[in-house]
Design a protein. Structure first.
Length: 302
């Protein structure tokens, strides 16, 4: 996509299943760094857009002490999204809606043992609905976007509802509410952005477990020259409170945090654009991390 479109494409929470960790029941709602490279505060021009994130992760599990546990997770996450900028104005902002239905393939193994799910399996993650996206264009090339999304409790498998063939669930057995705030400075091909999400989840009715609230932030610093976009991306995830067990006990050692950084490169082929982001985890506590690659394809449908 050209700068005008790619730098304006909404960062609207297309994140899923970033990793299994003891700080969450199974998967974190937000996929780390998946929105790096997008203009977090802006929307594309009026129309319907198809976005496909192809997310490849090679993770190790880190304990609260930042030491490795010996568990390894390989995951492929496919995230098809439809985004509709309606052309309507609400409170002076452009109004859009979006829906995403991710799918994931996971394989987990433990050092010195056979793989828990040796052959791996595909599954359907929780559906993500975003009924409200509002983007304001402000002076000095600033853009601010507010959004509200919901991860539905409809994954094909989850804790308490495991896959019939064994292995880990493909999604979460609870609902997550996700308000978001995006801020961008877009000037002369520069894109300096931060996308912030606050995730709060309900209790899993089958296991009685409830994950603590958390904040996820994706950062973008890029420059577009002609058809090329290059720059850096980063992310952070911070859990704000302990997880809660079935009996109401707050679990010690259940708070996670992770930080990562890596390059971004993209090319505009005309109506279709391609962008790749690579992130290496710099610090991981009570979470999974190491290396992730996301290849994003964007195509306007209308």
């Amino acid at each position: 996509m050209k700068t005008k479109l790619f730098s304006a494409l909404v960062a609207m929470g297309v994140a899923v299943a970033s990793g299994s960790a003891s700080a969450t029941e199974l998967w974190d709602p937000h996929l780390r760094g998946v929105e790096s490279g997008l203009a977090a505060g802006a929307l594309p021009p009026e129309g319907v857009y198809f976005i496909l994130n192809n997310y490849f992760a090679s993770f190790k599990q880190y304990q609260p002490s930042n030491s490795k546990s010996g568990m390894k997770l390989d995951a492929i996450v496919e995230v098809p999204i439809l985004l509709w900028n309606t052309g309507l104005k609400v409170l002076g902002a452009d109004y859009a809606v979006a829906i995403a239905q991710p799918f994931d393939h996971t394989e987990i193994s433990i050092a010195g043992n056979n793989a828990i799910d040796g052959n791996g399996h595909w599954g359907r993650f929780n559906t993500y609905l975003v009924p409200v996206i509002l983007s304001w264009s402000l002076p000095y090339d600033l853009h601010v976007k507010g959004s509200f999304g919901v991860w539905l409790d409809n994954a094909s498998s989850s804790p308490g509802h495991e896959p019939s063939r064994g292995g880990v669930g493909a999604g979460n057995g609870f609902t997550t509410f996700e308000p978001g705030l995006g801020i961008s400075w877009l000037h002369d091909g520069w894109n300096v952005s931060a996308q912030i999400y606050y995730d709060t989840s309900t209790r899993n009715d089958k296991t009685g477990y409830q994950s603590g609230d958390q904040i996820a932030v994706d950062y973008t610093f890029t420059k577009t020259i002609d058809q090329w976009t290059v720059g850096m991306g980063a992310f952070q995830l911070n859990q704000l409170e302990k997880d809660t067990a079935r009996n109401g006990t707050k679990l010690s050692g259940s708070v996670s945090q992770s930080y990562g950084l890596g390059p971004i490169v993209g090319y505009d082929f005309g109506p279709v654009s391609l962008q790749a982001t690579y992130n290496h985890y710099l610090l991981t506590h009570n979470d999974v991390g190491d290396n992730v690659l996301n290849v994003r394809v964007v195509a306007p449908l209308y």
